[in-house]
Design a protein. Structure first.
Length: 75
């Protein structure tokens, strides 16, 4: 999949969704662990059995943040 600066516009970016969770895992320097939340992050059921399109969104979020996003500075 081609990742560019506009990739994020192709996915639902709701808080807790697959794209959001992928970008958050990258931001916090966590390894890929595809998941999302039905509602808000941490306030609803976590889904780990993703469909193909959900997995694509998670990976796009992770890869987008790796290229264009920031990383948490733990200093």
């Amino acid at each position: 999949m081609k990742i560019d600066n506009d990739t994020c516009k192709n996915y639902d970016q709701r808080h807790g969704g697959p794209f959001d969770r992928g970008s958050a895992d990258s931001y916090y320097n966590r390894p890929k662990k595809p998941h999302y939340y039905v509602g808000g992050t941490g306030t609803s059921a976590e889904v780990t059995n993703l469909t193909e399109s959900e997995l694509e969104a998670y990976n796009a979020g992770y890869d987008w943040n790796e290229q264009f996003g920031e990383k948490k500075d733990y200093r």
